[in-house]
Write a protein that binds this ligand. Sequence first.
Ligand SMILES: Nc1ncnc2c1ncn2[C@@H]1O[C@H](COP(=O)(O)OP(=O)(O)OP(=O)(O)O)[C@@H](O)[C@H]1O
Length: 246
Amino acid sequence: MTISVESLSFSYGPKQALQDVNFLLNKGEFHALIGPNGAGKSTLFALLTRLYALQGGNIYIDGESIKAQPASAMKRIGVVFQQSTLDLDLTVTQNLLYHASLHGISSKEAQKQIDRELERMEMKARANEKVRGLNGGHRRRVEIARALLHKPDILLLDEPTVGLDPQTRRALNLHVRKLCDDENITVLWATHLMEEINIDDPIILLHQGSILLDALASTMIEKSGEQNLTDAFHKLTDSDSFGGAQ
Ligand SMILES: Nc1ncnc2c1ncn2[C@@H]1O[C@H](COP(=O)(O)OP(=O)(O)OP(=O)(O)O)[C@@H](O)[C@H]1O
């Protein structure tokens, strides 16, 4: 399963948020989408998930255009948005059952999938608790379980660790990396936190709506001349040093 983004551009009225964005996601790999605030990450997610209609360019899933086959393309994608969309007054299972029914999954199959995904996220013991009683990290795990219910082969996560403490962030990041290893799921993880990225991760560095770098994280360090990812990120996304990084 690959995603190919080709010549993607998007404007909010006169404000151009993305310009000529191109990249490829490889099957079963963890990719980090990084960029400072306002770089265009959320806009890109909105296009990948069909929340916004495409303006310029196209997105292909295994060669299939999401413009031409939006429904079948969407079946292959699971999404965790930046803002939580769980119903706080429903239990974990009720939230997941509702989502499964939206995907047309039978209740028997849904229960099987819910058990499987909650087990994987180490949340099975909390299945009958109201979401309101869960901490932020556990709510995020439920959202990841929910995104996987319809067995997608691509998982998109838009800054999923916002507001979580470092330990919880790390645990969640490891959970998602395991999905790549165990299930061959292709992941796009948007973040502006460099500690969530490994040196050998493929990264897509977005800055002011354009791709500044599409390479391994180690290459970002080399290109910047810095010693670590955090310094490299700041150097490359500082407007004064913009250009010459590609
Ligand atoms: N509804 C909107 N109307 C006008 N401009 C917008 C709108 N949404 C986003 N923008 C602008 O488009 C650009 C890209 O925004 P976007 O939210 O995609 O960036 P981001 O990288 O996700 O940032 P953040 O990390 O802050 O969410 C920014 O300059 C932003 O101000």
